[in-house]
Design a protein around this ligand. Structure first.
Ligand code: F6P
Length: 333
């Protein structure tokens, strides 16, 4: 079971700020709640920054009390709102952000987001010395240095629920369906959704598969008496590519329906797993800051909370184990 590491308090921080950045993920609210209440319990003041790095630059922040984060643990989205802030790629802008926080008496910044957000946090600390710490929050689970990210489990469950429904209608009509899931250029969502949803075929950006190979899999299913088939496809760089695949299959004589799950995977109430993960990682982030550690992300490795330097997180891509695809294929026969 995941627990918050016991660490000696070495820093006399008085105040920290917390923001969410990048795509929202179910469980971000639980993480905010944990950061706020754990920090307050340890005598700190907490500022909630509105709208990620963009809001930070505009000084959009307010002090949070225990009651500010009441009744949010079960809610999807992020009460702090979020943004993808292109301006934060500029060094001068990061310097401005650090100065603004210093003027407000803020000692450290907690960033809940993905690897793009952590790149900003890493550079902020490297260039200005302002302490930052990251909490992995993305449905994609594509962050190096952690086996799990907040929101991934909820997104998997949402997508698998959709596949169960699609399978009902697919089998009633003897149809082939392509279900497109999120994950941008990484196939973590697709491979686990495909395995857990019993998909006949899983297509991920990490493994090139030809249309002819997809047809052969469908054909093998038909030979074994399968009258319907579910193909789970990762969106890749651009959402909607599943329609191209469907057209290619049509051309080869396989009538195919598509269903793009899109942003439905980002919303909804977080699962128990994501709430617990967010609660433990939120508190751990504060505990590490108070122990004088920063420029790093709190992650999960082999069932424990680990502190991973940002430089190892942002420089390394997370490799998808392709074994799951092989297993899914074996089990779908
Ligand atoms: O990174 C999370 C994610 O949901 C990806 O899976 C997806 O490609 C992207 O964000 C969509 O971003 P936006 O909501 O900005 O279109």
């Amino acid at each position: 079971m995941l627990t918050v590491p016991h660490l000696p308090v070495t820093k006399n921080y008085k105040s920290l700020a917390v923001l969410t950045s990048g795509g929202d993920a179910p469980g971000m609210n639980a993480a905010i709640r944990s950061v706020v209440r754990y920090a307050l319990a340890h005598g700190l003041e907490v500022y909630g920054v509105n709208k990620g790095y963009s809001g930070l630059l505009e000084g959009q922040m307010e002090k949070l009390l225990p009651s500010s984060v009441a009744n949010i643990i079960q809610r999807g989205g992020t009460m702090l709102k979020t943004d993808r802030c292109a301006a934060f790629y500029k060094k001068s802008v990061r310097l401005e952000a650090a100065n603004l926080m210093k003027r407000k008496g803020i000692d450290a910044l907690v960033v809940i987001g993905g690897d793009g957000s952590f790149t900003g946090a890493h550079l902020l600390e490297k260039e200005t010395g302002f302490p930052t710490i990251g909490i992995p929050g993305t449905i994609d689970n594509d962050i190096a240095g952690t086996e799990d990210t907040i929101g991934f489990d909820t997104a998997l469950n949402t997508a698998i629920d959709a596949i169960d429904r699609i399978r009902d209608t697919a089998s009633s009509h003897d149809r082939i369906f392509i279900v497109e899931v999120m994950g941008r250029s990484s196939g973590f969502i697709a491979s686990e959704v495909g395995l857990g949803g019993g998909a006949e075929t899983i297509l991920v950006p990490e493994k090139k598969v030809t249309v002819a190979e997809v047809c052969r899999t469908i054909e093998r299913g038909i030979v074994r008496g399968k009258s319907s088939s579910i193909i789970v496809m990762a969106e890749g760089e651009k959402p909607g590519m599943c329609t191209k695949m469907a057209l290619a299959l049509e051309k080869r004589g396989y009538s195919t329906k598509v269903c793009i799950l899109g942003h439905t995977q980002r919303g909804g109430k977080p699962t128990a797993h994501d709430r617990v993960l967010a609660s433990v990682l939120g508190a751990s982030a504060v505990a590490y800051l108070l122990a004088g550690r920063s420029d790093a992300m709190v992650g999960v490795q082999e069932g424990s909370v680990k502190l991973v330097p940002f430089r190892q997180v942002v420089d390394a891509g997370k490799k998808l184990p392709l074994d799951l695809l092989t297993l899914a294929q074996t089990l779908a026969t």
